[in-house]
Design a protein around this ligand. Sequence first.
Ligand SMILES: Nc1ccn([C@H]2C[C@H](O)[C@@H](COP(=O)(O)OP(=O)(O)OP(=O)(O)O)O2)c(=O)n1
Length: 126
Amino acid sequence: MEGEEKKMERLEKKEENMEDVGLKELSKKLKEFAMERDWEQYHSPRNLLLAMVGEVGELSEIFMWRGEVAKGLPNWKDSDKEHLGEELSDVLLYLIRLADICGIDLGDAAIKKIVKNAIKYPSKTF
Ligand SMILES: Nc1ccn([C@H]2C[C@H](O)[C@@H](COP(=O)(O)OP(=O)(O)OP(=O)(O)O)O2)c(=O)n1
């Protein structure tokens, strides 16, 4: 069993946000969010897909007409970076919710796809 000290350490780390957030955790939070508002009725696969595509549009708007953007976005205002984080999150959250509602384990599917990609595109260095 996990000792009290270990348990505290784990909770503190979580509070400091040092632990990576997992897809399953986000999926659970999104399900709770929808249930608490009685929004499950709207979260059909098609609606979620359209909502996600809408958010991809909002994400694209941030980059629109800016020309090429340097990696790390060195010249961007903090408020623009924050906006970018929000739109990226909206896309991710709808994607996770879509996968969940379709009964797809997204983490598992993504790992399998990475393996498939590596077979299709072999590395020259190994
Ligand atoms: N039926 C809904 C509506 C919203 N959301 C959640 C998922 C998204 O993370 C976020 C999207 O909210 P908005 O539709 O208000 O979109 P924006 O946050 O992009 O606001 P705006 O379009 O005004 O910029 O809320 C949800 O789960 N289900």
